[in-house]
Design a protein around this ligand. Structure first.
Ligand SMILES: NC(=O)c1ccc[n+]([C@@H]2O[C@H](COP(=O)([O-])OP(=O)(O)OC[C@H]3O[C@@H](n4cnc5c(N)ncnc54)[C@H](OP(=O)(O)O)[C@@H]3O)[C@@H](O)[C@H]2O)c1
Length: 236
C-alpha cells in the first residue's frame, strides 16, 4: 500500500479532477483543492465512488487564509506532502487586453501557485521524494510563440505572460531546491477539451492529465527544472 499524499489545486473539474483520479488510481491519497468546500466535496464523492482515497480541501489559491489552513491541516494529519500539483489556472484574455486582466490572471496563475508552494515547501522537504508540478502551457514558452505562427495567433498577452512567469519561477525554484529530494517541473498538458481548452481541442481530458501525472511520480533519477509535454522537453 502506497502512502503518498498529493495535493492538487483546481481539482473540482477539468484536468485537476482527472489528475486526482489518475494519481488516486496509483494508490496515492489525493487531497482535492477547490475554491469552495462544496465543490471539493462533490469532486471527492466522485473519486471515492471509484475506490480512490480522496479528501476535499477548501483552497482558493488567492486566499492566504485557505493556504495557511491547508498547510496546517496537512502538517497535522500527515506530517509531509509528497506531491503538489499547481494546476489551478484561468484564461481571461477574451475580457480585453488591459492591466486589470493581466493583474487578475497573475493573481491565480503565478502568485497563487507561488504562495501555496512557499507555504508547503517544509512539508515537501519532509517527503523522501517531493514532487512539484506547475501546470503551465506551451503559450508560456517565449521561444515557441516567437517562432510558431499557430501559437503566435493565440494573442493572449495576460495568459502567456503569466505562464512565462510560472516557467521562469519553476526554473528558479529548481535551482533553489538543488541538493534536496524535491523536484519541480513545468507541464504543458496539450490542447485539451476542458472548459478552458474548449470543445475544438484535440486531446481528451484523460490524455491531457498524463504529463502532470508522470511528472508528479518521477523516479529519483528523473529530471528537474524543465518544461515537458509527454516525453518531450519544450523550450522555455
Ligand atoms: N485545457 C487546455 O487546453 C490547457 C492547455 C494548457 C494549459 N492548461 C492549464 O491547465 C490547468 C487546468 O486547466 P483546465 O483546462 O482543466 O481548465 P478548467 O476546466 O477551466 O479548470 C480550471 C480549474 O482551476 C480552478 N480555479 C480557478 N481559479 C482558482 C483559484 N483562484 N483557486 C483555486 N482554483 C481555481 C477552477 O475552479 P472553479 O471551478 O471554481 O472555477 C477549475 O477547477 C490551467 O492551469 C490551464 O492554464 C490547460
Amino acid at each position: 500500500m502506497n502512502n503518498k499524499i498529493a495535493l492538487i489545486t483546481g481539482a473540482n473539474r477539468g484536468l485537476g479532477l482527472e489528475i486526482g483520479r489518475q494519481l488516486g488510481r496509483q494508490g496515492i491519497i489525493v487531497l482535492l483543492g477547490a475554491r469552495s468546500l462544496s465543490k471539493a466535496e462533490d469532486a471527492a464523492v466522485q473519486l471515492k465512488a471509484e475506490n480512490i482515497e480522496a479528501y476535499p480541501v477548501e483552497l482558493d489559491v488567492t486566499d492566504d487564509r485557505h493556504i495557511r489552513a491547508v498547510a496546517a491541516k496537512i502538517k497535522a494529519e500527515y506530517g509531509k506532502l509528497d506531491i503538489l500539483v499547481n494546476n489551478a489556472g484561468i484564461f481571461l484574455d477574451h475580457e480585453g487586453n488591459n492591466t486589470d486582466v493581466m493583474r487578475r490572471t497573475f493573481e491565480v496563475n503565478i502568485f497563487g501557485a507561488h504562495a501555496l508552494t512557499e507555504a508547503l515547501l517544509p512539508l515537501l522537504n519532509a517527503s523522501p521524494e517531493g514532487r512539484i508540478v506547475n501546470q503551465s502551457s506551451i503559450l508560456g514558452s517565449v521561444a515557441t510563440i516567437l517562432t510558431n505562427e499557430m501559437y503566435a495567433k493565440a494573442a493572449a498577452p495576460a495568459y502567456t505572460a503569466s505562464k512565462a512567469a510560472l516557467n521562469a519561477w519553476t526554473a528558479q525554484l529548481s535551482i533553489q531546491l538543488r541538493g534536496t529530494n524535491v523536484k519541480v517541473n513545468a507541464c504543458h498538458p496539450g490542447w485539451v477539451k476542458t472548459d478552458l481548452g474548449g470543445k475544438d481541442a484535440d486531446m481528451e481530458i484523460h490524455e491531457g492529465a498524463e504529463t502532470a501525472v508522470s511528472l508528479a511520480t518521477l523516479p529519483s533519477d528523473g529530471p528537474t527544472g524543465g518544461l515537458f509535454h509527454g516525453s518531450e522537453t519544450l523550450p522555455w
